[in-house]
Design a protein around this ligand. Structure first.
Ligand SMILES: Nc1nc2c(c(=O)[nH]1)N[C@H]1C(S)=C(S)[C@@H](COP(=O)(O)O)O[C@H]1N2
Ligand SMILES: [Mo]
Length: 387
């Protein structure tokens, strides 16, 4: 039954493959390139990649992934209004609007309510091949969002929860034939049910260290399983309201436009960027002696993963192995595949992931009618040269 791999099979074969490296450390704890290991070069990486655009943009070279967690100085980072300066001593998280009691929490107060951990990985909704460089996975420390919302007490008519960062800029807002230039804070919103769900998180630390400026210090929202844009950095204000929030980064900038055939008719749909779609990509190929190993990443909304397969050129799909150290619900998953029968020359490698509900990662063809580039989730080919 080649297509019937159970999660237990995958974990068992994963453990067998991972084995134990030198000094009894699991292989996954070893640095990116183990001794004698070399990178097989990708031929699809453009020559002029700018991995960092100082002062505030940094991308992750996925060939350097060396374990389940992305170190703070490698975690990709991107934002729209630069990095605001937030004085942690003067900082307050305000909760206003349709609440029983307006609140303003200091960082100390939030830390007293905190101390909980959440493993969550995410990608920017603009992340796409071949670089796939706007992603990361972290162990966040903080408190459930629900703790502060319950302290303020959401009124029954609070249907829309709006999250503002301390960062702001001049926005040109078009309305019919008019244009207004107004100062706006970065804002995103969630419907009541989502905002009050127990998984949502306020983080003040990443991988055991306080958040850096890049990551939204002193406090950011983490919506596990959602695209990066939902994780509001420098979170300073939560406003509860009845009507829908239609700010630029909620209603206009982060939209996906795609066509869907409905009852024989093409219908064009614009949808908000919310939960991450089921996706895998190949991060690197390494060679040690005559052994070739492919490493890749899976991201999704937290639905458990059933299997990952890798295909080389026109060969059959072959089962990859999920890394047992990446099994947190909302963390990214790493997978490996032992590539055998390798010949010299150019090869195309592609991966696809299947979740426990039987959903298979989309093909490029499935995304034919997707017009905008956000939410690029299709099976993505990578090209390597073997010498
Ligand atoms: N306050 C604020 N939060 C923000 C943004 C922003 O511009 N301002 N950008 C969002 C986007 S588009 C992404 S992809 C993630 C990036 O988070 P990171 O820099 O930790 O990777 O932050 C999100 N949160
Ligand atoms: Mo993003």
């Amino acid at each position: 039954m080649p297509n019937e791999h159970t999660r237990r099979d995958i974990l068992r074969s994963g453990l067998a493959v991972a084995g134990l490296g030198v000094l009894g450390l699991p292989e996954w704890a070893l640095p990116v390139l183990a001794q004698g290991e070399t990178l097989v070069p990708f031929t699809d990486i453009p020559d002029n990649v700018r991995w960092e655009v100082p002062p505030d943009r940094r991308t992750l070279d996925i060939r350097t992934i060396d374990g389940p967690f992305t170190p703070k100085d490698k975690f990709a980072t991107t934002q729209h209004y630069g990095h605001p300066d937030v004085d942690p001593a003067a900082y307050r998280l305000k909760v206003t609007g349709l609440v029983n009691q307006t609140k303003a929490f200091s960082l100390e107060e939030l830390k007293k309510l905190g101390g909980k951990d959440l493993v969550a990985g995410f990608e920017c909704s603009g992340n796409r091949g071949p670089l796939q460089a706007l992603c990361g996975n972290g162990r966040w420390t903080g408190l459930p969002l629900k703790t502060v919302l319950d302290a303020a007490g959401a009124k029954a008519n609070a249907k829309e929860f709006v999250f503002f960062g301390a960062d702001h800029g001049q926005e040109e807002i078009e309305w019919r034939t008019q244009k207004f230039t107004l100062e706006q804070n970065f804002g995103r919103s969630l419907p009541r049910e989502k905002a009050l769900s127990p998984d949502l998180f306020l983080a003040y630390a990443l991988n055991g260290d306080p958040l850096t400026k890049h990551q939204g210090a002193p406090l950011r929202l983490i919506v596990p399983g959602y695209y990066g844009v939902c994780n509001v950095k420098w979170l300073s204000h939560i406003h509860l309201q009845e009507e829908e929030y239609l700010g630029r980064f909620q209603a206009r900038w982060y939209r996906t436009l795609r066509g869907e055939m409905i009852d024989g008719e093409m219908m064009w749909k614009e949808s908000a960027v919310t939960h991450m779609n089921l996706k895998s990509f190949i991060a690197r190929v390494t060679k040690a002696g005559s052994q070739y190993k492919v490493l890749g990443v899976v991201l999704n909304d937290g639905t458990p993963i059933k299997s990952v397969d890798v295909k080389v050129d026109e060969g059959p799909w072959q089962m990859a192995t999920l890394d047992p150290s990446t099994k947190d619900k909302y963390g990214w998953k790493l997978f490996t595949y032992n590539w055998t029968g390798v010949t010299a020359g150019e090869h195309t490698l592609i991966s696809r992931v299947t979740d426990v509900n039987g959903h298979v990662q989309k093909t490029a063809q499935d995304n034919d009618t997707k017009k905008s580039f956000l939410e690029e989730d299709s099976q993505a080919p990578r090209k390597v040269r073997v010498t």
